[in-house]
Structures are given as C-alpha cells and as structure tokens.
Design a protein around this ligand. Structure first.
Ligand code: NDP
Length: 399
C-alpha cells in the first residue's frame, strides 16, 4: 500500500517512506482502498512498539505493461557484466533517488553499480496509485513506476543488484562496500537508502496494511472519501496528515498516547479548530479491528486502563520515520533524528561520497523530489570524478 502520491521514495528496500500527494482526482475508488494492489504482508511486522516496516514480500501488480517488470526479484534482463564489483560510482539504494542517479550516471558513462537492497524500490513499493508524479496523467502504480525507473537505468548500462549493503569502509579511495559477503569498490558513492515508516508493531496492524491501515495519508487519503478514519501520533506529521485528510474523510480522530504534543502549536491549533478533527489524548491502540479490512480500533486509556472500541474505516500511522543509515552512520554526520547531513546540496564530509533522497530529506519526502535529488547527486559525483582526473571532463554534454 502506499504512500501518497509519490511520497517517500528512495530506500534500499528496508522500506522507504512516504510519498506524493494525490491531488488530482482520477477514478473514484472508494470501494477498493488502495486501488486493488495486492500485497501480502504475511511476514509479520515486528513485535513491540515503534518497529519499522517488515521486509516486503511478493507484490502482484494488476496491469504492468510488458516492458515494466516489477523490481522485486532482480532485473528482468541479466546484464552482461553481472559479476562486476568495481565501478567509478556505486549507488546504494534503488528508490527514485538511487535509480535517477543511476540513469544520469550511466548516461555519463560512469557504468554505475546500484546496490539496491533485497527488498528494492523503497517506499514506492508500498504505494498503490501514484497520481502526482509528473508525466503520468492517469496515475501509475508505485511498483510499476519503480520498474520503469529501473529499466531506464539498466538500458544505459547500470548494473542493479538486489543486495543489502552490510558494511562500508569510507576511510579512503577506492571506497569499499560489502554486501552478501562480496566486496565492492568504487571511486565515488551515492547514498540513497531512504527512510522507513515506523509502525506500532501490532499483529493486527500488519495484517490489515493495505486493507485500511496506511502510513501515508497523501498516498491513500483519497480512498477514504466520506469515511471515518483515525490518525495515530502527536508530531507534525500526524497533525499535517490529519489536516490533509479533512479534504476526503468525514471525520478524523487523532489518537495520541500522551496529552502533550511534539507538533508545532500552529499545527495543533489548526487541528483543534477544524470541525472534522477530534483529538483524543492519553490513548494507545491495543488492536486494529477487522478481518478483511479495518472496522475500528480497540483503545486503552493510559491513565485509567479502561478499554473502548472506536469504529473506523481506516487508520493512518504517523509516528515518524527512521532513516536507513545503519551502514553509514559511523562514517557520515547524522542529525539528532539519524538523518544524514548534507553539505552544499548533495555533498558529505567525505569527498566523493554524496547523498540523495529521503535518507537526508525528512521535509519533502516525495518521489519527485527524491528523483531530483538523485539527479543532482549524480551530476555532483560526475563533476567530482572529473576534478580528480578519474573521468574525462564531459560534464554538461552528457546529460
Ligand atoms: P515525531 O518524532 O516528531 O513525532 C512522532 C509522534 O509519534 C510523537 O508524538 C510520538 O509520541 C508518537 N509515537 C512514536 N512512537 C509511537 C508509538 N509506538 N505509539 C504511539 N505513538 C508513537 O515524528 P514526525 O514524523 O511527526 O516528525 C518528524 C520531523 O519532521 C519533526 O522534526 C517534525 O517537526 C518534522 N515535520 C515537519 C513538518 C512541517 O513542518 N510541515 C511536517 C511533518 C514533519 P510521543 O510524543 O509520546 O513520543
């Protein structure tokens, strides 16, 4: 299921997050939340509070065009240079940021290798209808869009490998990266590993994801026209999503576990003033109710312990995202929330290492902004490689 319009978009597949805002109305799908995209989330969602999304299982796409093969499971056509482990540029992550960087880098003859993750594609793989990515006036399924990104990157000579990067050594060039026991070497690296939505960690939440449970209001709000829904969280994302959802839903219940909010006062005040939004504090969700789709939630008052049931048609989890930086945090600067810190657009404190997409951007989190970021990182990488004499100076002619 999905992200918003093309929201959160890069990511190695640890699950990137969020997406594009669906603004334009296409076909009403109120009877079919998430547009008929079938995703089996049967692998479980992690116990305990605040888990990240589980690895993505097989995804069936209803109408993929013949040329667009889902990224899951590896490239449709095995590149001739399958065994290549060295490159001028290695890109980590295969969401819109990573694959756009690959398209640009490949067209600049950098012969990039993309280490895309074992569940490649990032948050777009969780998105059903993407209606705000330019160029698709009728909308497109998130996985289908990713498959097109990938086919375009491979067409120009990118080697995309569905492996997770376990460790890196950025102490000197060539930079070294390890994935599934194989060592890769590159003169430059673009980190485009995305961010993953946080989940409550309830079995019922995992089971009903794509069936009324979503982590992306901008992606899925459209499907809840005139429905009554819940939004979980007390930060800016929760309030922003609750406010956004007022354009679709008949009533939004904002459910927060404390009685004070991390969200900015203006966001809270706006929600309090909105006739469609009811704010419930000191409540936690013990269970998401429903068999085939969400029918409500079982709430528990954190002060009295009293339980109650609230009928709902949908539930949006907005409790934050976690950037996928595990392999890099010992080498690159991160902010207090763990997002990579960029310098001068896409650079990092290590020359030759660049960053693109949601792994540093928690503000926009859109597929199109991540793609733009990937483009910038590839151009910066190419110019840097030229400056080092590693490639010939062709910048501004190769794009
Ligand atoms: P935050 O970390 O700010 O807030 C997360 C919220 O989710 C908190 O209220 C937290 O509760 C709650 N929460 C976390 N885990 C659980 C759980 N397991 N069960 C129930 N509730 C839980 O994340 P956001 O995504 O809201 O914001 C991230 C950053 O992005 C912030 O800096 C924010 O300001 C920024 N942002 C800015 C926007 C804007 O300016 N328009 C829009 C969106 C985000 P508790 O408070 O009790 O810990």
């Amino acid at each position: 299921m999905s992200k918003q319009d093309a929201g959160n978009a890069n990511g190695t597949g640890a699950g990137a997050t969020s997406g594009a805002r669906k603004g334009a109305a296409s076909k009403p799908k109120t009877d079919s939340p998430f547009g008929g995209l079938t995703i089996d989330f049967g692998r479980g969602g992690g116990a305990g509070g605040g888990g990240v999304a589980p690895a993505l299982p097989t995804i069936q796409i209803a109408e993929a065009p013949p040329s667009a093969v889902p990224a899951t499971g590896g490239p449709a056509t095995q590149p001739a240079e399958q065994g290549r482990t060295e490159s001028k540029l290695i890109i980590v992550g295969s969401g819109p940021a990573g694959l756009t960087a690959a398209i640009y880098a490949a067209r600049a003859n950098l012969e990039p290798i993309v280490l895309g993750g074992t569940t490649p594609g990032g948050q777009l793989m969780l998105t059903s209808d993407v209606e705000n990515y330019p160029g698709f006036p009728e909308g497109i399924q998130g996985p289908e869009l990713l498959a097109l990104f990938r086919a375009q990157a491979e067409r120009f000579g990118t080697l995309v490998l569905d492996v997770d990067v376990d460790a890196v050594d950025l102490s000197g060039r060539p930079f070294r990266l390890w994935a599934r026991g194989v060592e890769y070497k590159a003169e430059s690296v673009i980190v485009a590993t995305g961010a993953s939505a946080m989940w409550l960690g309830l079995e019922s939440e995992t089971r009903l994801r794509g069936r009324g449970v979503s982590a992306c209001a901008t992606c899925d709000g459209f499907f809840f026209r005139d429905r009554e829904i819940g939004v979980v969280g007390g930060g800016d994302t929760a309030f922003e999503e609750a406010t956004y959802l007022t354009r679709f839903a008949s009533k939004i219940h904002l459910l927060h576990r404390r009685d004070t909010f991390r969200a900015s006062k203006i966001m809270v005040d706006r929600a309090k003033d909105h006739p469609k939004i009811d704010i419930h504090t000191n409540v936690v969700i013990d269970k998401v109710l429903g068999d085939e789709k969400v029918s409500g939630v079982r709430l528990r008052d954190t002060e009295t312990g009293e339980q109650s049931e609230m009928p709902l048609d949908g539930l949006f989890i907005a409790i934050g995202h976690r950037p996928n930086t595990d392999a890099f945090r010992d080498w690159l600067d991160v902010d207090e929330k763990g997002y990579l810190i960029v310098r001068d657009k896409t650079n990092t404190k290590i020359e030759g290492v660049f960053v693109a997409g949601d792994v540093h951007d928690h503000r926009y989190r859109q597929a199109v902004t991540a793609a733009g970021d990937g483009c910038m990182a590839a151009i910066d990488a190419e110019r840097w490689l030229e400056s080092q004499g590693i490639t010939e100076a062709t910048t501004l002619t190769a794009w």
